[in-house]
Design a protein around this ligand. Structure first.
Ligand SMILES: Nc1ncnc2c1ncn2[C@@H]1O[C@H](COP(=O)(O)OP(=O)(O)OP(=O)(O)O)[C@@H](O)[C@H]1O
Length: 341
């Protein structure tokens, strides 16, 4: 559906050239929810803007839904753009138009007749759950409702690809989750390909099938979300994964325990898929003469399955702890012995 081959984008500035995107190769399949994560300045916006022709690459080929976006021009580019829609962090709604009129806007531009327009708007209002708010103005809506209008408007012309530019960054956590659930719902119902950029790993964890991590204009790591959570390779990816699996309090608790109990071991166990379901702790207590102090545990769902993480303190004779650690490693559970940060 989307393929980028050796794509670079250089901006000429007064202070010299800035390479915002640096030789990127990327393939996104039809019907996939693909996340691109990176800190500010990594090049995410520039990359996503090349997917709808708002920026042209300096080098390389950007191909979306069978069209080479760097080559098509004029009416063909406008047509190609109708297949690719976008939603934004600050919604970009027309403030003097009602919900209904905002959603109808792209249909008017596309020359759709009044009766068909009304029918389509009604259908979209239902799809995004805005029944009863048709005649409200954007200023009378909550952030989540505004983004629902943005989504309905983006879907009006039946695009094949939906691009999401930090679409939930302005929303509170609960509203973020409801918008993410809506995106998963429309991805499934309409087989829509969704590409999103974000700086929040929670967003990736909750809805993406695959993820690419961007740093300094390059993709430094990519893969299935569950795989990246289980085995993050790059330091930056490890930091993003920690956003979801490890809270600051945990790090504090670990520091405290390492000081208080220099004898034992503080370990993090990571469970993936079916290994989440085994009674590992009771087995450990039964089999080994050790004490186990549970510090923090969490199971998160991703689009490809469950992912769990548990921090525990093992106390007892050194040899017995070593035997327990060896046993855990045999159980298809990732294990990391924590040391001071
Ligand atoms: N139009 C432009 N002219 C000059 N430099 C630009 C332009 N757009 C982006 N850049 C530069 O390119 C680099 C990547 O910016 P980009 O906005 O793509 O990153 P980002 O990851 O989306 O960050 P953010 O989340 O802050 O938007 C930055 O160094 C930025 O200053």
């Amino acid at each position: 559906m989307i393929s980028l081959k050796s794509v670079s984008k250089v901006f000429k500035t007064r202070n010299g050239p800035v390479k915002a995107v640096d030789d990127i190769d990327l393939t996104i399949n039809e019907g996939e929810i693909y996340g691109i994560i990176g800190y500010s300045g990594a090049g995410k916006s520039t990359l996503i803007r090349m997917l709808n022709g708002l920026e042209t690459p300096t080098d390389g080929v950007v191909d979306v839904a069978g069209k080479n976006l760097g080559k098509v021009k004029g009416s063909e580019l406008r047509k190609a753009r109708q297949e690719i829609s976008m939603i934004f962090q600050h919604f970009n709604l027309l403030w003097s138009r009602t919900v209904k009129e905002n959603i109808a806007f792209p249909l008017e531009i596309a020359g759709v007749g009044r009766a068909e327009r009304n029918r389509r708007v009604e259908e979209l209002i239902k799809l995004v759950g805005l029944e009863g708010r048709e005649d409200s103005y954007p200023s009378q809506l909550s952030g989540g409702q505004k983004q629902r209008v943005g989504i309905a408007r983006a879907l009006a012309n039946n695009p094949k690809v939906l691009l999401c530019d930090e679409a939930t960054s302005a929303l509170d956590p609960q509203t973020t989750d409801s918008i993410l659930e809506l995106l998963v719902d429309i991805n499934k119902r309409l087989s829509l390909t969704i590409v999103l950029i974000t700086h929040e790993m929670h967003v990736i964890r909750k809805i993406c099938h695959r993820v690419a991590v961007m740093e300094n204009g390059k993709i430094v790591e990519q893969g299935e979300v569950l795989h990246v959570f289980r085995k993050p390779e790059q330091p930056i990816t490890k930091r993003f994964v920690k956003q979801v699996t490890e809270t600051e309090e945990t790090q504090e608790t670990i520091e405290h325990l390492l000081t208080e109990f220099p004898r034992g071991k503080v370990i993090q166990m990571t469970f993936v898929g079916t290994s989440v379901e085994q009674p590992l702790i009771s087995n450990l207590i039964r089999k080994f003469d050790i004490n186990i102090n549970i510090l923090q545990g969490k199971i998160s769902q991703t689009q490809n399955g469950a992912y769990g993480s548990l921090f525990v303190h093992l106390d007892g004779e050194q040899a017995e702890i070593d035997r327990a650690v060896a046993y855990i490693k045999e159980q298809q559970v990732e294990l990391e012995v924590m040391t001071r940060a």
